[in-house]
Design a protein around this ligand. Structure first.
Ligand code: ATP
Ligand code: LTN
Length: 338
């Protein structure tokens, strides 16, 4: 009985409006968001400030912020139960990020593999924001005293840095920040590119490498049909030697809520044609209701905007509480009202 009165733990996660969301984002992150919403206080952010570390078209970015928020909701997140908002609407993210920059070492940031990858991809625009990107992510998480952060495997290194920054700060000033844990789904925490299955599926890669959550049926059929497999013809889960086939098996297992073993035994002895057909049907069955709900939400922009504004206020109240505590600990002058 006593345990039931205990306060729910807090979850925080974010997705960049840097392109159209993929089934990698869905399987690695969004699907888990929806599963966790009843048991935690959940805060899901559209991290538009992170997105501008890579050049964005202003009109597209504005539209994508609404699109990502609508995708959160279309995947089953209730904006009354969860806080769904845009990062740039809560100024505390930028303010805490600056403070945490002063508690993060250059060497730590230089080791980040996402930075190295993105710097190589955008050699003409290696800006300071790209470099300090993980500090802004730490600020996002620590502002809300999050206990748990559902993310894909590619974000593990950033979460570890967040924990180090929190512990470093707490070591100097006492227990100011909750030190967060990562939450990684059992299957599909790294969905691979359909064309280069040894690389992560990414929404900023060429179109035939990913399946977008909003892709039309014919595009999904075509992309899965053309997905790279191998020449030995056997359906077996072996990511190292059979990355393409294993990736399709992970997609099926995650989207049909079954295990890899169940999926393999269902398809064993059949050819890659059957594997791809089955994968296509499972993906279509999962995405159809999400696409329908998304279209409905996008048709009512005023509603979406009002959800984002109301939720930003709720987020701001929590963020400001942490920010004031941090500013006081650091020794910034008090804000005394006349
Ligand atoms: P970009 O390609 O623009 O860098 P991204 O899709 O890699 O974007 P985000 O949109 O910020 O990055 O990712 C949101 C969430 O989706 C994160 O938790 C991330 O770990 C997860 N995610 C992204 N790609 C995959 C993937 N291929 N498999 C599993 N999870 C993924
Ligand atoms: N860095 C993440 C996106 C992101 C995030 C966060 C995820 C920004 N802030 C806070 C979880 C919690 C990415 O690139 N996928």
């Amino acid at each position: 009985m006593e345990n039931q009165v205990q306060q729910k733990k807090t979850i925080f996660s974010g997705i960049q409006p840097s392109g159209t969301l993929t089934i990698g984002n869905y399987i690695g992150a969004l699907r888990n968001f929806a599963l966790l919403q009843d048991d935690y206080n959940c805060i899901y952010c559209v991290v538009d400030m992170h997105a501008i570390t890579v050049r964005q078209d202003a009109a597209q970015l504005r539209k994508r912020c609404l699109e990502v928020a609508a995708t959160y909701m279309a995947c089953g997140l209730d904006p009354k139960k969860n806080i769904i908002y845009c990062q740039s609407h809560v100024s505390g993210h930028a303010e805490l990020s600056w403070i945490l920059n002063c508690f993060t070492y250059m060497g730590e940031l230089q080791r980040m593999t996402q930075y190295k990858d993105k710097a190589a991809k955008h050699a003409d625009n290696i800006n300071a924001g790209l470099f300090t990107y993980p500090v802004l992510m730490a600020a996002d998480i620590l502002l809300y005293q999050a206990d748990l952060v559902p993310i894909g495997a590619d974000q593990k290194q950033h979460l570890e840095l967040t924990r180090d920054i929190a512990q470093r700060f707490n070591g100097v000033y006492g227990d100011v920040f909750t030190v967060p844990e990562g939450y990684f789904g059992k299957i599909g925490s790294r969905i691979m590119s359909l064309q280069e299955p040894t690389r992560k599926m990414s929404k900023s890669d060429p179109d035939d490498c990913y399946i977008a959550i909003l892709d039309p049926e014919d595009a999904i059929r075509r992309k899965i049909k053309r997905a790279v497999t191998d020449s030995d013809g056997e359906i077996r889960f072996d990511p190292e030697n059979k990355p393409g086939v294993s990736n399709l098996l992970s997609i099926i297992a995650a989207m049909s809520n079954s295990s890899i073993e169940e999926t393999v035994s269902k398809l064993q002895g059949q050819g890659y044609g059957s594997l791809k057909n089955y994968c296509t049907e499972v993906v279509l069955d999962t995405l159809r209701p999400i696409q329908a709900e998304h279209a409905k939400l996008m048709a009512d922009k005023a509603y979406l905007q009002s959800v984002l504004m109301e939720n930003a206020e709720r987020a701001n109240a929590i963020a400001t509480r942490t920010l004031r505590k941090v500013q006081k600990k650091i020794g910034f002058a008090e804000r005394i009202k006349k």
